[in-house]
Design a protein around this ligand. Structure first.
Ligand code: F6P
Length: 366
């Protein structure tokens, strides 16, 4: 029976539990044994009771719960060779030779590093007497499959990541609530949303809530002009009788000189323009809580695809990432997706904003 390890790592996102549930149940249905690895790579390095065989009933109730019940951690020791050697040891001791990793780009990179080092790690384990030739013999290669869980929706080669839509719902609800009090008091609110270097959450939230202004990293406004333009626009709206003003700013927003645009700086500008203004940083309320139906379904279907990808894997194929392209599930090369994601960040840092958009979407046309 194939033993499949699964872990959630990096920042959590709603829908991670639904993925775990799906992988466990599909693996069992397909005659495999699923092993949950607690606290991401931390559990892989520690081993012992951090790696637990899961039964069908172990994931009862998982579908609708936020966060990750098998927990997550940002693990330092796995970044070091010693930690990965220990991880390989624990995998072999538990008879696991396939790993489904759920997380963002850091998580997927870590898994691929483990896979590429696998033969040399096995050699070292034998040479140092930690394992025998007989013990490592059945584990000549490690299968890795990646599932992208992130509220940021910042991974290249996939249209959507698990948790992003739930987070968007959470933001919209918050903006609706803020809008009503903004109207009562005739105030402006500057709302900072998460997303790291990606403006997807901010842009989608702005469209869905009818915000008056939005700042995202991918479309930096002109440093010399944006302050006046924004104040003029908002003042005009006010003169026309608008009582509530909503400005959404992505946490990674910058101007075209790459200077950060911060919520409090926007507040000060509006206060100087005599507009009563407050700042709300939504923070981790965007990341926790029950997944919406879309994320439950996305997670469940991606779990099915991931187990099938494990069963199809051969030593010669590159590690796949389960991806959604134009509403269809496809497997993309995991490392290509990670590299493209990093190139997007580099293009933004080089002020090549058009290239950043093209890297995310080759059909991008302004
Ligand atoms: O990547 C998910 C995310 O929530 C980002 O949007 C945010 O910048 C970051 O993680 C916050 O990380 P932490 O929870 O470690 O503060």
């Amino acid at each position: 029976k194939k033993r499949i390890g699964l872990l959630t790592s990096g920042g959590d996102s709603s829908g991670m539990n639904a993925v775990v549930r799906s992988i466990v149940r599909v693996a069992i249905s397909r005659g495999c044994e699923p092993y949950a690895i607690y606290e991401g790579y931390e559990g892989l390095v520690q081993g012992g009771n951090m790696i637990k065989k899961f039964e069908w009933s172990d994931v009862r109730g998982y579908l609708s719960v936020g966060g990750t019940l098998i927990r997550t951690a940002r693990c330092q020791s796995f970044r070091e060779h010693k930690g990965r050697l220990q991880a390989a040891h624990n995998l072999i001791k538990n008879g696991i030779d396939a790993l489904i990793v759920c997380g963002g780009d850091g998580t997927l990179t870590g898994a691929d590093t483990l896979r590429s080092e696998w033969p040399s790690l096995l050699k070292e384990l034998v040479q140092t007497g930690k394992l025998t030739e007989e013990e490592v013999a059945p584990h000549t290669y490690l299968t890795i499959v990646g599932i992208v869980c992130s509220i940021d929706n910042d991974m290249a080669l996939t249209d959507i990541t698990i948790g992003a839509v739930t987070s968007l719902h959470r933001i919209c609800e918050a903006v609706d609530s803020i809008s009503s009090t903004a109207f009562s008091h005739s105030r402006a609110f500057v709302i900072e949303v998460m997303g790291r270097h990606c403006g997807w959450l901010a842009l989608m939230a702005a469209i869905s809530s009818g915000a008056d202004y939005v700042f995202i990293p991918e479309r930096p406004p002109e440093a010399e002009k944006w302050k006046k333009e924004m104040c003029d626009t908002i003042e005009k709206q006010r003169e026309a009788g608008k009582r509530n003003t909503i400005i959404i700013v992505a946490e990674g927003a910058i101007d075209d000189n790459l200077e950060p645009i911060k919520a409090d700086d926007i507040r000060k500008l509006l206060v100087d323009a005599k507009i009563d203004t407050r700042v709300t940083t939504l923070g981790h309320i965007q990341r926790g809580g029950r997944p919406c139906a879309y994320d439950r379904n996305l997670a469940t279907l991606q779990g099915v695809e991931a187990v099938e990808a494990v069963l199809r894997a051969t030593p010669d194929t590159s590690s796949p990432m389960i991806s959604v392209r134009e509403n269809k599930f496809v497997c993309e090369p995991l490392m290509k997706a990670v590299e493209l994601t990093h190139q997007v960040a580099e293009a933004i840092a080089e002020k090549n904003f058009r290239r950043a958009m093209e890297l995310r979407d080759p059909e991008f046309n302004e």
